[in-house]
Ligand binder design. Structure first.
Ligand SMILES: Nc1ncnc2c1ncn2[C@@H]1O[C@H](COP(=O)(O)OP(=O)(O)OP(=O)(O)O)[C@@H](O)[C@H]1O
Length: 310
């Protein structure tokens, strides 16, 4: 598997060292994968993406893209020499020029290439329209087409799905994933949204306070988080003793359960119920399909294997 991006000991601090946004980061991206940096606001995602693109200068470390060193002690290639392209949040389309001109903006791609890309992004017939005449999905495709026309080695996507309402967002992210697969390009997303990360990514890195805490597939991270922070960031957990935790779906209410508890609350969420049960001297959160349990009912619980220890 070919490494398209190699990052070694990348460091960046702001405000005379007060805020460390990249704390000796190490990361490799593999050709063709969709990779996501997932983190809360202020965790350092944008700075990381900007350093990769050459828009922010790291303090130290190394970045290679497609086997070429683009940043090190004595190298700092300009953004346009780095074989990267960015799709910005809100797409950053130029409002006063049409679709074709937006796609060709800053590119010396041929008319033939434009035709191919219009075809592939399903924008044929829309090339003379202006951005405000396009749907959200079409605008996203123009932004993608513009990013991809120069055949970058890596496509960087800066929270492209934020500020979009849920219904459209589901459509856009499906389309986005299909397009990226269609172009067979390596992509790096940054997002704070766990669901987007799970939907889009082959692998995910969890970022927090300028550190990459863990890298893995969504399943690996969810089922085997290395730290309490990663565990709770990716989904609800409930404490079962001093240093053991479990996810609500891994506690079962059953006749044969070994632990007795009393129902404190039962909340209906449509496809499951979230039940708070007081057992072993504490409140446990349990996901169940049992809509009929009432406050005060006595139940028996058992824990499935997936106990996490931190
Ligand atoms: N140019 C700058 N000067 C000083 N501090 C900065 C600068 N850029 C970012 N920071 C600080 O660095 C930290 C990380 O910022 P960054 O934008 O990389 O985080 P983020 O994870 O992308 O957050 P968000 O999701 O809110 O964009 C924040 O505390 C931010 O205030």
């Amino acid at each position: 598997m070919k490494k398209i991006v190699e990052i070694k000991n990348l460091r960046k601090t702001f405000c005379k060292g007060d805020i460390c946004v990249a704390n000796s980061l190490n990361l490799d991206l593999i050709e063709g994968e969709i990779f996501t940096i997932l983190g809360t606001s202020g965790s350092g995602k944008t700075t990381f993406l900007r350093m990769l693109a050459g828009l922010e200068k790291p303090d130290s470390g190394e970045i290679s893209i497609d086997q070429e060193k683009v940043f090190s002690n004595n190298i700092n290639l300009e953004p346009n020499k780095r074989k990267v392209a960015i799709v910005f949040q809100n797409y950053a389309l130029l409002p006063h020029i049409n679709v074709a001109s937006n796609i060709l903006f800053g590119s010396n791609a041929s008319k033939e290439k434009l035709e191919v890309i219009l075809e592939k992004t399903k924008l044929k017939g829309h090339e003379k329209k202006y951005p405000h005449e396009l749907s959200g999905g079409q605008q996203q495709r123009v932004a993608l087409a513009r990013a991809i026309i120069n055949k970058p080695k890596i496509l960087l996507l800066d929270e492209p799905l934020s500020n979009i309402d849920t219904e459209l967002r589901n459509i856009l992210r499906t389309e986005l994933k299909e397009m990226i697969r269609e172009f067979n390009i390596t992509a790096l997303f940054i997002t704070h949204d766990k669901e987007d990360a799970f939907f889009l990514s082959d692998r995910i890195a969890i970022m927090h306070g300028g550190d990459i805490l863990q890298v893995g597939t969504a399943k690996e991270l969810y089922n085997n988080p290395k730290t309490l922070y990663c565990a709770s960031f990716l989904g609800k957990i409930t404490k079962i003793d001093e240093n053991s935790y479990i996810r609500p779906e891994n506690i079962k209410i059953s006749e044969n359960g070994q632990i007795e508890g009393i129902v404190k609350e039962n909340i209906f969420y449509g496809n499951f119920n979230e039940i708070t049960i007081f057992a072993n001297g504490q409140n446990l959160i349990v996901n169940s399909s049992d809509e009929n349990l009432k406050v005060g009912d006595i139940v028996k619980l058992s824990f499935e294997d997936r106990i996490m220890k931190f």
